[in-house]
Write a protein that binds this ligand. Structure first.
Ligand code: DX5
Ligand code: ZN
Length: 218
């Protein structure tokens, strides 16, 4: 089965965002990855709940919201109301990851825990039973267009073992430096959801890029 492709609008053209979203939807992407950056948890700023709200009626894609913010609990209800299908929260962003994940589920949205490159899988083992998806960052968050960190593939393999041992069925997503080669590599390690920003949107033909990602993750 081909992987789930999640184009990241961080690299899309905001002046024709609707068009850029339709292109990848027609090409077979199933998720739309929306990065929310607060200029504090990560150095840069990007998007916000209002973007999620405006995108919601424009597409049937699953809205995969990656929250890169301190005090993530402040944004959960607003994002759920705006139409997010899933909210991803960094374990590094809060001392109360369990509580925030509970809040997300209570809001009726799928819950994801995210780990930075410097964070081990062991940090999220206590919450694996309550998440729908785990996001393994394959770059340090904050910017598109960075190089994939190959040592992160070990974490994917570790998560696959935990899934089997604990009898869980969360999805494993990767984000950062994903292209035709790294998608193949991470799919082989056990990832099944692939975020791609610059690979899909920076050069010509986003639809062809989505098709390539579908092909290499089969
Ligand atoms: C980085 C973001 C990514 C970003 C990925 O902090 O979380 O979603 O858009 O961009 P690429 O695919 O260019 O590495
Ligand atoms: Zn992201």
């Amino acid at each position: 089965m081909a992987g789930i492709i999640a184009p990241s609008i961080l690299s899309a053209d905001v002046t024709k965002l609707g068009e850029d979203v339709k292109l990848v939807e027609k090409a077979g992407a199933k998720y739309l990855h929306i990065d929310l950056m607060d200029g504090s948890f990560v150095p840069s700023m990007a998007y916000g709940p209002a973007w999620v709200k405006q995108l919601r009626p424009m597409t049937d894609l699953f809205l995969d919201v990656h929250l890169m913010a301190v005090h993530p609990e402040k944004h959960v209800d607003e994002l759920a109301k705006a139409g997010a299908d899933l909210i991803g929260v960094h374990v590094e962003a809060t001392p109360h990851i369990h509580r925030v994940l509970q809040m997300i589920k209570k809001a009726g949205v799928k819950a994801e825990v995210v780990i930075n490159p410097g964070t081990p899988v062991s940090a999220i083992v206590p919450v694996l039973g309550m998440v729908d998806q785990v996001l393994v960052m394959t770059v340090n968050p904050g910017f598109g267009g960075q190089a994939f960190l190959p040592e992160m593939t070990e974490k994917i393999k570790e998560l696959v073992v935990y899934k089997q041992e604990l009898g869980l069925d969360f999805d494993i997503e990767v984000d950062g430096g994903i292209n035709n080669e790294t998608a193949k590599l991470t799919a082989a390690a056990g990832a099944n959801v692939f975020v791609a920003g610059s690979y899909v949107y920076d050069k010509k033909d986003p639809a062809a890029k989505v098709q390539t990602l579908l092909d290499v993750t089969k």
